[in-house]
Design a protein around this ligand. Structure first.
Ligand code: NAP
Length: 526
C-alpha cells in the first residue's frame, strides 16, 4: 500500500496537516495515498540525519557504496509491475517507455557501482617530494576528489524514474559519497514513495547509516526553498524549467555560504539542415524528424525545437513532408496539466506572431490527448524577435528559413546556450560549409552529426549540459558517470603522514587504482 508519508532516514513521518493529492493524469481522479507536505521540523530532522550520516557514509569504501547502489537497483526491480503501474497512472507514459526507463535507472545505478569498484574516478594525483630541489625543496603533494556533503535533488517531471528519486542525480551523488534528500515531484508522489521505500530497504540491507537518503513531499515551493537555504546543504541537483532552475540557483547564491546548483533546464536543440544533405534526403529527414519531435509527446529536454535550413525546393519538400508525417501521429496524454497549459500558452505566443506560418496544428488539443504543431518563420523575422527562440516544451518545432548560408550563420550565432546542436550534412557540406559547422559546434554541450538529439546514451563519454540557459554550469553533465563530478571537491594533502591519507593516495595503492604519479599513469605502488 502506498502511504504517502515523508521518508526521513529509516522512518516514515507525517507530522504536518497539509495534504497533497496524487492525481491520475489521464482523468484527473485522485489516486491512493495521502501525501503530507513536510513541516519545518521534518525538514530540519531530514537534514540533521543527512549531516550525521554523511560523516559515516563519505568514509565508507567505494566497494561498499557500490553494493548499496546495486542493492537499490535490485529493490527497484523487485517492485515489478507495482512500480510501473503506478508510474503509468501518475505520468500517463506508456508501459514500454516506463519499463525502458526502469532499465535505464537500474543500469545507471549499476554503472556507478562499476565506476566505484574500478576506483580511478577519484582522480588521484601524486607528486612525491624532492627534498633536495633547489632553490626550494618540493613538498609531497597528493590530490583526490572527496564528497561535498549533503545534496538536495529536485526530481524531474518528465522522467519519473530515470531523472527522479533514484535517478541520475541521486545515483551520482550517492556514488560520490554524498547523502541525499529528495524533493519529490508533485506529479509522481506515489512513484516517489515506492522508490524511496526501495532505497531505504537497500540501505538497511547493506548496513548504510540512517539518513543516507530522505525524501520529502511539498505542497508548494516552501520545502524546496527551505532545503536549498539550509546551511548544512552543500549542493543541489535539478531538472526542469529555466524559471525554476534559475530561481533555485539565485536563491542558493543569497546564502551566507553560496552553494552550487546544477540545474539542467531548457533548450531548443537546433538542427541544421545543410543544403547538400537536404537536397538528397528531404523525405527521409522529414520522417526521422517527425518521429523525434513527437516521441513521448515531445516532452524531452532534447526535443528538436528549431530546424534551420536555406530556402529552396528541398526545404519546401522537407517542410511539407514533415507536416504530413506529424499529422499522422496520434496525440497522447501529457505529463501533467501544468505542462499541457505551458505548452498551450508558449505555442500560442509563437503562433500568434504574424510572421509565423502554421504548417501543421493537430486538432487534438486537450491535455490528455495532445497532438503536435509545426511552424515556419523567415530567418529575418526570427532574428528580429528574441521570443521566437523560446522553448515550447512538448511536440512543437519551428522551421527557420534562411536566404543563404550567411543568414543561417547569423541564426546560429543568435542562439543562447543549448544542450545539443545537430548537423545534418554530407561530404559536400563538410567541404563547402565547414565554417558554419565549426561555429555551430560552439553553442552546445553535445554536437550530433546525422542523427537526432532525442535519445541520450548513458556512458562515460556523454555530456548532457550546455552553457546557460540550458544548464547553470556547462562544465558538468547530468547524464553518464561523469555526473559524479558535480558532487565532489578536490582536496590536496601536503606532506601528509601515511595514516591520514585516503586509501587511494597511500604509497602501497591498496585499491590498485590508476593514478597519476609524478606525471605518469600508474596502478603500481610507490
Ligand atoms: P519546474 O516548474 O521547473 O519544477 C521542477 C521542480 O522544481 C518542482 O519540484 C518544483 O516544485 C520545483 N520548483 C520550481 N520552481 C521553484 C522555486 N522557485 N522554488 C522552489 N522550488 C521550485 O518544472 P516542471 O514542473 O517539471 O515542469 C514545468 C515546465 O518545466 C515544463 O512545462 C517545461 O517547460 C519545463 N521542463 C523542462 C525540462 C527539461 O528537461 N528541459 C524537464 C521538465 C520540465 P513543485 O513540485 O512544488 O512545483
Amino acid at each position: 500500500m502506498i502511504k504517502g508519508q515523508n521518508t526521513i532516514g529509516f522512518q516514515l513521518s507525517a507530522l504536518g496537516n497539509e495534504s497533497i493529492k496524487a492525481i491520475r493524469v489521464d482523468n484527473q481522479q485522485e489516486l491512493e495515498g495521502e501525501f503530507i507536505s513536510a513541516t519545518s521540523e521534518e525538514i530540519n530532522l531530514a537534514v540533521e540525519k543527512s549531516v550525521k550520516a554523511f560523516d559515516v557514509y563519505s568514509k565508507i569504501s567505494g566497494v561498499k557504496r557500490a553494493e548499496f547502489l546495486e542493492a537499490i537497483a535490485g529493490e527497484i526491480e523487485a517492485l515489478e509491475s507495482k512500480l510501473i503501474d503506478r508510474a503509468m497512472l501518475e505520468s500517463g507514459l506508456p508501459q514500454g517507455r516506463l519499463e525502458g526507463e526502469r532499465g535505464r535507472t537500474c543500469g545507471q545505478l549499476r554503472a556507478f557501482a562499476a565506476l566505484l569498484r574500478e576506483g580511478s574516478w577519484v582522480d588521484a594525483k601524486i607528486e612525491t617530494a624532492i627534498p633536495d630541489r633547489t632553490p626550494i625543496p618540493k613538498p609531497d603533494l597528493r590530490k583526490i576528489n572527496t564528497a561535498i556533503g549533503p545534496v538536495v535533488v529536485f526530481t524531474a517531471s518528465n522522467f519519473p524514474l530515470a531523472f527522479s528519486t533514484a535517478g541520475g542525480d541521486t545515483a551520482s551523488a550517492l556514488a560520490s559519497g554524498c547523502t541525499v534528500i529528495v524533493k519529490a515531484h508533485e506529479s509522481h508522489l506515489g512513484t516517489n514513495s515506492l522508490v524511496a521505500g526501495a532505497i531505504v530497504s537497500a540501505a538497511k540491507k547493506t548496513n548504510m547509516p540512517e539518513g543516507v537518503f530522505s525524501s520529502l513531499n511539498s505542497k508548494d515551493y516552501s520545502v524546496g526553498t527551505a532545503l536549498v537555504m539550509h546551511p548544512s546543504i552543500k549542493a543541489v541537483g535539478f531538472t526542469g524549467s529555466i524559471k525554476g532552475g534559475k530561481a533555485l540557483y539565485d536563491l542558493a547564491q543569497t546564502r551566507k555560504e553560496p552553494i552550487p546548483v546544477y540545474a539542467e533546464m531548457g533548450s531548443v536543440n537546433p538542427v541544421l539542415l545543410m543544403p547538400s544533405k537536404l537536397k538528397d534526403n528531404a523525405k527521409d529527414l522529414a520522417a526521422t524528424y517527425s518521429n523525434s519531435i513527437t516521441m513521448g509527446v515531445g516532452q524531452f529536454c532534447t526535443n528538436p525545437g528549431i530546424i534551420i535550413g536555406v530556402q529552396s525546393d528541398s526545404l519546401n519538400e522537407f517542410a511539407k513532408e514533415l507536416a504530413s508525417n506529424m499529422a499522422k501521429v496520434k496525440g497522447s496524454c501529457m505529463l501533467n496539466k501544468g505542462i499541457s497549459d505551458n505548452f498551450d500558452s508558449n505555442s500560442t505566443k509563437i503562433l500568434s506572431s504574424s510572421t509565423v506560418e502554421v504548417l501543421h496544428k493537430s486538432s487534438e488539443v486537450s491535455y490528455d490527448n495532445k497532438g503536435s504543431i509545426l511552424a515556419k518563420i523567415n530567418a529575418s523575422d526570427f532574428l528580429a524577435n528574441k521570443d521566437m527562440s523560446d522553448e515550447v516544451f512538448g511536440p512543437f518545432s519551428m522551421i527557420v528559413s534562411c536566404k543563404n548560408i550567411e543568414e543561417m550563420q547569423k541564426v546560429v550565432a543568435s542562439l543562447e546556450g543549448q544542450l545539443t546542436v545537430t548537423i545534418m550534412a554530407n561530404k559536400n557540406d563538410y567541404t563547402e560549409n565547414s565554417s558554419l559547422i565549426y561555429s555551430a559546434q560552439k553553442i552546445a554541450g553535445r554536437v550530433i552529426y546525422n542523427g537526432t538529439p532525442t535519445g541520450v546514451e548513458v556512458c562515460r563519454a556523454m555530456h548532457h549540459g550546455g552553457t546557460f540557459p540550458s544548464s547553470t554550469n556547462g562544465k558538468y553533465t547530468s547524464v553518464g558517470q561523469d555526473a559524479i563530478y558535480r558532487f565532489v571537491r578536490p582536496v590536496a594533502f601536503q606532506n601528509s603522514p601515511e595514516q591520514f591519507l585516503p586509501e587511494e593516495l597511500k604509497n602501497g595503492n591498496p585499491l590498485k587504482i590508476m593514478r597519476i604519479v609524478n606525471g605518469k599513469y600508474s596502478n603500481s605502488s610507490i
